[in-house]
Design a protein around this ligand. Structure first.
Ligand SMILES: Cc1ncc(COP(=O)(O)O)c(C=O)c1O
Length: 383
């Protein structure tokens, strides 16, 4: 779908590395360069025309992201990455916790939604308890989180979709269980957002955070929470920096040229027909899974009933690094290693070399899947 909107696809490679960063949309590239050429490159908060234009850019980008994520523009906080944002968020909110309080993380999550909580918890004398994915399917039902919830749980940090095996956890069930014990829920929607529309209000979660470079934009993270929640906490900040939320969460000068790109990417996301996106991506995923399952030399990981179009496998007798290099020789880009799903790599007994991840975005097509299957089939002779 919409392949001609992505100039980066013109070189003919089969880009199955979108889970590590998508190709950039044409209107995003134009919006960023238009902004930099325009003369509006001024800091915000000034009295002159160009500074006022920058204020308007920030406000309209917050508004577009709020519409996309089902929140309020005053609850949108931009950062350099989900990792940096989560480090800042967790370090700030644990200050309100007491020794003996608990935080729940999962062994399905990317490490950026685990380690920041573990580091902050250690400093505060707070305990981190882990929800375990179901062996085999790697699903994360509400019961997996309920098993480690207690009256002391204050935060639950959970992914909206695994960046390694695609599992979509039972978020409504997890949010309900967490709220039943008075805990807040912090959702990592980085992997999930290019595949489905997420809405903070409908989910009923407390925080939903993602990164625009996974949805065809530049490298900027977007955190969405209620303005009241962001106003309730006091992150470290400089004296002259704004005292109000969301601005007080943002360190230093925002990357305005990138915000122009985020706004264009959000506008594209708001126009996308996500039912069509999902049907297209699931078709590619089914084609890939059927082909790989038929190969005796391939082991697939995870089989969740609900999953994003991202699969993980190993090839018998061939190091994941060698698999990725062999595919690269055929101009197929996949990722090898643990893709920072560090806990999951250990659950699966695959450390330190991990596996291979291939993921589909709406701009992939059946030829990408066919090339992947043909190249992996050839590796059967190497094992
Ligand atoms: C599920 C998930 N969470 C978090 C991250 C980290 O995001 P960032 O690179 O913005 O820190 C990634 C990146 O791949 C991811 O896939």
């Amino acid at each position: 779908m919409n392949r001609d909107r992505f100039p980066g696809l013109a070189d003919g490679w089969a880009r199955l590395d979108g889970a590590a960063g998508s190709q950039v949309l044409d209107s995003v590239i134009e919006a960023m360069s238009d902004f930099m050429r325009s003369g509006s490159m001024a800091n915000h908060g000034g009295a002159f025309k160009q500074a006022i234009a920058t204020d308007e850019l920030v406000a309209s980008t917050r508004a577009a992201c709020a519409t996309l994520l089902g929140g309020d523009p005053e609850g949108i906080f931009f950062g350099p990455s989900f990792t940096a944002t989560t480090m800042r968020f967790s370090a700030t909110v644990v200050r309100d916790l007491e020794p003996g309080d608990e935080i729940v993380c999962t062994r399905l999550d990317h490490d950026s939604n685990v380690r920041p909580w573990v580091i902050a918890a250690e400093r505060a004398g707070v305990t981190v308890r882990f929800a375990e994915p179901v062996e085999g399917t790697l699903e994360l039902p509400a019961s997996a989180v309920e098993a480690v919830l207690s009256e002391r749980t204050k935060w639950v940090a959970v992914t909206a979709a695994s960046n390694a095996v695609g599992t979509v956890p039972d978020l409504p069930g997890i949010v309900a269980a967490a709220h039943a014990v008075g805990a807040k829920v912090y959702i990592d929607a980085v992997h999930a957002t290019p595949h489905r529309r997420y809405d903070l209000a409908t989910l009923g979660a407390d925080v939903l955070a993602c990164s625009a470079y996974k949805w065809f934009g530049p490298h900027v993270s977007v955190l969405c929470a209620s303005p009241e929640l962001l106003s309730a906490y006091h992150p470290d900040k400089l004296n002259p920096a704004p005292d109000e939320a969301p601005d007080r969460w943002e360190l230093g000068t925002l990357p305005f040229e990138s915000l122009a790109g985020v706004r264009a990417a959000a506008e594209y996301m708001l126009e996308l027909d996500f039912d069509a996106v999902r049907a297209h991506e699931e078709g590619l995923m089914a084609q890939a899974l059927d082909g790989l399952r038929a190969m005796d030399h391939v082991t697939l990981y995870g089989d969740a009933a609900d999953r994003a179009p991202t699969l993980m496998f190993t090839v018998a007798g061939v190091h994941p690094d060698a698999v990725a290099k062999a595919l690269a020789e055929r101009e197929i880009s996949v990722w090898n290693g643990n893709y920072y799903a560090w806990e999951l790599e250990r659950v699966l007994g695959l450390a330190p070399h991990g596996g291979i991840r291939a993921g589909f975005l709406h701009y992939n097509d059946a030829s990408d899947t066919e090339r992947l299957l043909a190249a992996v089939a050839e590796l059967g002779d190497r094992g």
